[in-house]
Design a protein around this ligand. Structure first.
Ligand SMILES: NC(=O)C1=CN([C@@H]2O[C@H](COP(=O)(O)OP(=O)(O)OC[C@H]3O[C@@H](n4cnc5c(N)ncnc54)[C@H](OP(=O)(O)O)[C@@H]3O)[C@@H](O)[C@H]2O)C=CC1
Ligand SMILES: O=C(O)C1=N[C@H](C(=O)O)C[C@H](O)C1
Length: 266
C-alpha cells in the first residue's frame, strides 16, 4: 500500500485527491497538510470531504506528516511545490506535482533539482488532455503553415494563473509539431490596436467565470476552413485519478522528473 501525503488538503484539488485515494486500490491517505493557521487544522481530512472519518487529521507539521510517508501529491503553488520537491529528493519520496502558473525560471529550477525523489509534473493529469496533446502535435505538423493556431481556455472564477497550464502544454505540443520555439512565438494576450496577426505565432485566449472546471480548444484557422480540437473537463476526479495513478506508477521508478505522457505510456 502506498502511503500518500496530500498537500493543500482543503483545496479544490486536495479534496478531490482525498476522494480518489479512497477509491483506488493500493493507495492510502497517510497525512494531510495545510498551511499553519488554517481553520481546518486538527479536523479529520476525509470527514471534511464528506467521507467516513479515517483518523487522519489535517496538520501543518511538515516533518511529522512526511515521516513514514511514501509519496506527496501536491496541487498548490509553484514556490510551495519547489520547496516540497527538494524535500522529496532529500527523503527519496514520490512527488506528484499538478501545480500550474510556473515562470520559466521556476520551471528550470524544478528540472535542475536532483536527488532520490521521483517527481511527476504535469499541468493536466487527465487522460483526455494528454491524448489531445498528441493529436494537436500531429495536426500542427500536418497542416500548412498558413493555418493560424490559437489556444482557447475557460476556467472557474477562482483560478489565479493564466494562460492555464493545460493551454501552455497544448501550445507547446503545437509548437513541437510546427518545429518552432513556443516562448518566442507565443502571443499570450491582445489588447488595443494590435495590428494584423503575425504569421507563425501561436495565440492564447483566456476566459474566467462561474464554476467551469476546465475547457480547452486548439483552433487551426485556415482560409475558408477551420479545425478545432477540444477537451471539456466535467469533474475534478479526472485530474485526481490521474494524479493518484501517477503516484503509484512512480513508486518503483528511478529517481528523476517524469511527465504524464511517461505515466500513460503515450
Ligand atoms: N495538473 C492538473 O491536472 C490540475 C492542476 N490544477 C492546479 O492545481 C493548483 C491548485 O488548484 P486548486 O485546488 O483549484 O486551488 P485551491 O486554491 O483550491 O487549493 C490550493 C491549496 O493549497 C494550499 N496551500 C498553499 N500553500 C500551502 C502550503 N505551503 N502548505 C500546504 N498547503 C498549501 C492552499 O491553502 P490556502 O487556501 O490557505 O492558500 C489551498 O488549500 C493550481 O495551480 C491549479 O491550476 C488544478 C486542477 C488540475
Ligand atoms: O486551476 C484549475 O482549476 C485547473 N488548472 C489546470 C490548468 O491550469 O490547466 C488544469 C485544469 O484545467 C484545471
Amino acid at each position: 500500500m502506498q502511503k500518500i501525503t496530500v498537500l493543500g488538503a482543503t483545496g479544490r484539488m486536495g479534496q478531490a485527491i482525498i476522494h480518489a485515494i479512497a477509491q483506488i486500490d493500493g493507495a492510502a491517505l497517510y497525512s494531510a497538510l495545510e498551511r499553519e493557521g488554517v481553520d481546518a487544522i486538527g479536523k479529520d481530512a476525509r470527514a471534511l470531504t464528506g467521507l467516513e472519518p479515517s483518523g487522519v487529521l489535517i496538520t501543518s507539521n511538515v516533518d511529522e506528516a512526511l515521516d513514514g510517508s511514501d509519496a506527496i501529491i501536491d496541487f498548490t503553488a509553484p514556490q510551495v511545490s519547489i520547496d516540497y520537491a527538494k524535500k522529496a529528493h532529500a527523503l527519496g519520496l514520490v512527488h506528484v506535482i499538478g501545480t500550474t502558473g510556473w515562470t520559466a525560471e521556476e520551471d528550470a529550477e524544478i528540472a535542475s533539482l536532483s536527488g532520490n525523489g521521483r517527481l511527476v509534473k504535469a499541468g493536466n493529469m487527465s487522460l483526455g488532455v494528454n491524448l489531445l496533446m498528441g493529436l494537436v502535435k500531429k495536426a500542427a505538423a500536418a497542416l500548412p503553415e498558413d493555418f493560424d493556431i490559437e489556444v482557447l481556455e475557460m476556467h472557474h472564477r477562482m483560478k489565479v494563473d493564466a494562460p492555464s497550464g493545460t493551454a501552455l502544454m497544448l501550445g507547446e505540443a503545437a509548437a513541437e509539431g510546427r518545429e518552432i520555439d513556443l516562448a518566442s512565438n507565443a502571443v499570450r494576450a491582445r489588447d488595443g490596436i494590435t495590428g494584423a496577426r503575425e504569421p507563425g505565432t501561436i495565440g492564447f485566449a483566456t476566459l474566467r467565470g462561474g464554476t467551469v472546471i476546465g475547457d480547452h480548444s486548439v483552433v487551426f484557422a485556415g482560409s475558408n476552413e477551420r479545425i478545432e480540437l477540444s477537451h471539456h473537463a466535467q469533474d475534478r476526479s479526472i485530474f485526481a485519478n490521474g494524479a493518484v495513478h501517477a503516484s503509484l506508477w512512480a513508486q518503483d521508478k528511478a529517481p528523476g522528473l517524469y511527465s504524464m505522457a511517461d505515466v500513460l505510456g503515450l
